[in-house]
Write a protein that binds this ligand. Structure first.
Ligand SMILES: [Fe+2]
Ligand SMILES: [Fe+2]
Length: 336
């Protein structure tokens, strides 16, 4: 059987040390070594690993308390047990507490008591080992999870860059619209005191929200519904869903997918898919506002103030009241 607990006995009386060693060996798979002086023991502890040190109180070169004091500096985690004569005990309680001595064995000891004491020490040591092992395993799990996260993050960043490059190559209209919407929504989120994570997420979603329009003709890319045939309008209304499916296929983009899915929804349920405000995320509601502003100002060629006035008519119907008020204030201050 593997000896899993190492014990060092320090006692100048070698007969006592040997007797204690015999008793300890009878308790189970333990390794026991005896040594005659405290100074030798301190040297020994630097060379071999011990779990428990049992030291006599009275020794010629250094007494047990001094010895344990030195051990507290060099080997603080080893369990310390004091071997004492019966008469010594009453004056030792304070020292034992101060020096973190686990317990004492009084000479002559009774085998049954020794057994109870040592078994409780062994249990404690094994529990500590188990906890250390679990902590190490946990650290390894956390490290590998962090590595996976950073790997995934760099993959996703690469994927986003590819989407953005594709947009730039394919359509100036969709790219510029995405960039402007992203800029506005980022400023709005900052003004609303949103977290950095939120701001990054909503800006990315805003940049990509019209990605499928790359495959549509110009007048549809501009979102000019009055120029669309019924069939084209039906196709156009599918672009948020197509965008969500496109992003949703990439692991790690599910949040972005759900934001873009609802970027044409109105809080009164009159949007493309009839979703009500209470079921919409702030991100989707904010993109709805900024998206509408950019389309009205750019494609419908409305002036800044008339765009804001037009949008204000739909506050509480299309646009969330609080978010729109903040947006209105932000845009008014930007252009003034
Ligand atoms: Fe859109
Ligand atoms: Fe848009």
């Amino acid at each position: 059987m593997e000896k899993d607990i190492n014990i060092l006995i320090v006692d100048d009386d070698l007969k006592v040390a040997d007797l204690l060693k015999i008793n300890l060996l009878s308790l189970g798979p333990v390794y026991v070594r005896t040594i005659g002086t405290a100074n030798e023991a301190l040297e020994f502890l630097d060379q071999e690993e011990y779990d428990v040190v049992i030291s006599d109180l009275r020794m010629p070169d250094m007494d047990g308390l001094e010895f344990f004091k030195s051990m507290n500096t060099s080997h603080p985690t080893i369990v310390k047990v004091l071997l004492t004569g019966f008469g010594d005990l009453s004056s030792l309680h304070e020292d034992m507490k101060n020096l973190n001595i686990f317990h004492f064995i009084s000479k002559p000891w009774q085998k049954a008591q020794l057994q109870i004491l040592m078994e409780s020490i062994f249990r404690e040591i094994r529990n500590k080992r188990e906890i250390n092992l679990l902590q190490k395993e946990l650290e390894m799990v956390i490290t590998s999870r962090d590595n996976l996260r950073s790997q995934l993050k760099s993959n996703l960043d690469g994927m986003l860059d590819s989407f953005k490059s594709l947009m730039k190559l394919s359509s100036h209209t969709v790219t510029v619209h995405g960039r402007r919407t992203s800029l506005m929504v980022g400023n709005l989120a900052t003004r609303l005191g949103k977290s950095q994570d939120f701001i990054e997420r909503v800006q990315t979603a805003a940049f990509l929200h019209d990605l499928p329009l790359l495959a549509y003709p110009d007048h549809i890319q501009h979102g000019l519904e009055s120029y669309m045939s019924i069939h084209e309008k039906q196709n156009y209304e599918r672009h948020p869903e197509i965008c969500a499916n496109l992003l949703g296929n990439v692991e790690g983009f599910s949040e972005l997918a759900e934001i873009v899915r609802y970027h044409h929804e109105n809080i009164d349920g009159s949007g493309f898919y009839g979703v009500l405000g209470e079921d919409l995320s702030d991100e989707s509601k904010m993109i709805r506002i900024c998206d509408c502003y950019d389309e009205e100002e750019t494609y419908n060629r409305n002036a800044h103030q008339s765009t804001l006035d037009y949008m204000k008519m739909f506050k509480g119907k299309w646009f969330d009241n609080i978010l729109f008020d903040e947006f209105y204030e932000m845009m008014s201050s930007l252009k003034n």
